[in-house]
Design a protein around this ligand. Structure first.
Ligand SMILES: NC(=O)C1=CN([C@@H]2O[C@H](COP(=O)(O)OP(=O)(O)OC[C@H]3O[C@@H](n4cnc5c(N)ncnc54)[C@H](OP(=O)(O)O)[C@@H]3O)[C@@H](O)[C@H]2O)C=CC1
Ligand SMILES: O=C(O)C1=N[C@H](C(=O)O)C[C@H](O)C1
Length: 267
């Protein structure tokens, strides 16, 4: 069988470099293109400088680079992903989106694109976090009364969005399980005289520092006991390998909107 032709967006970024390396290691994948944005200082460089295949040149010309590709893997910024998504639709190229920080309107654009191409969109591509999503359904049902729910996330100093996409995803799963609307019940940080805690809220706390790859804890605090469900990523390879699984999944499935629960058969 011929190798799946993979293009990587944001190829010089933290995730981009790990993705290039993981594609290089995989026998069933071939690097088709390495993309960066139009003002990147890395345009024209060989992808091997970032861990990718020698001979693939970093380019900002997504339209040309995506010709003949099977799938684009995009961990960039919302505006970059939306630009790439447009071109993927024109060329019939599937897309795996790891980027976080989209607005509700931007997410609707992703959904519309999925009518024409395969889209996997997930704020966290690790197996562990996706298992946590499942565990939270049970935990939230059992602990639905008498337990205050707080989500604590920690990431490296370079992260630009908060709370993390994963933390918001955890909140969505909990709110859905409890029949609440996250937009109504989320509390993003506290300061000053806040008054007593409203039991119907889901609290979020954000830590940023150093090189933390990504830690998430859901805390259920009751009277006389606390339950904590924690995931800690120690390497970005866990996200990259998940993204590659998603790319293979899209090749085997019709156009549509999928998440990592679909890819990992957790639904
Ligand atoms: N779903 C998941 O499992 C994971 C998701 N993420 C998410 O992936 C995204 C990227 O994370 P990370 O790799 O750490 O970030 P980086 O900033 O290290 O990498 C992003 C890359 O995209 C480039 N870029 C920035 N703006 C644009 C644009 N408008 N168009 C095209 N490319 C652009 C950057 O270039 P430059 O450096 O010049 O700005 C850089 O090469 C974030 O949203 C993060 O939250 C991260 C890890 C796991
Ligand atoms: O920016 C990161 O680094 C990460 N972002 C994702 C998020 O916002 O949830 C996933 C992961 O935790 C790393």
């Amino acid at each position: 069988m011929s190798a799946l032709k993979v293009a990587i967006a944001g190829c010089s970024g933290r995730m981009g470099r790990v993705l290039l390396n993981c594609v290089e290691q995989a026998d069933d994948l071939a690097l088709h293109a390495a993309l960066d944005h139009a003002t990147s200082p890395h345009l024209g460089k060989d992808a091997s400088e970032f861990g990718g295949t020698r001979g693939v040149i970093v380019t900002a010309d997504a339209a040309a680079a995506l010709q003949g590709a099977d799938v684009l893997i995009d961990f960039t910024r919302p505006e970059g992903t939306l630009h790439h998504l447009e071109i993927c639709q024109q060329h019939g190229v599937n897309i795996v989106i790891g980027t976080t920080g989209f607005s509700a309107q931007e997410k609707a654009v992703l959904g519309a694109a999925a009518q024409r191409i395969g889209v996997v969109f997930a704020p966290n591509m690790s197996v562990g976090v996706n298992l946590v999503f499942k565990l939270l359904e049970t935990a939230s049902r059992v602990l639905s009364h008498g337990y205050d729910i707080e989500i604590i996330e920690a990431h490296h100093r370079h992260k630009v969005d908060a709370p993390s996409g994963t933390a918001l995803g955890l909140g969505e799963v909990i709110a859905r399980t409890l029949g609440r609307d996250l937009e109504q019940c989320a509390v993003y940080g506290r300061e000053g005289v806040t008054g007593e805690r409203d039991p119907s809220t889901i609290g979020f706390a954000t830590v940023r520092g150093g090189d933390i790859v990504g830690d998430h804890t859901v805390l259920y605090a009751g009277i006389g006991e606390r339950i904590e469900i924690t995931h800690k990523a120690s390497s970005r390879a866990t996200f990259a390998l998940g993204a590659l699984r998603a790319a293979r999944f899209l090749q085997a499935n019709p156009a549509g909107m999928y998440d990592m629960q679909d890819v990992l058969n957790l639904k």
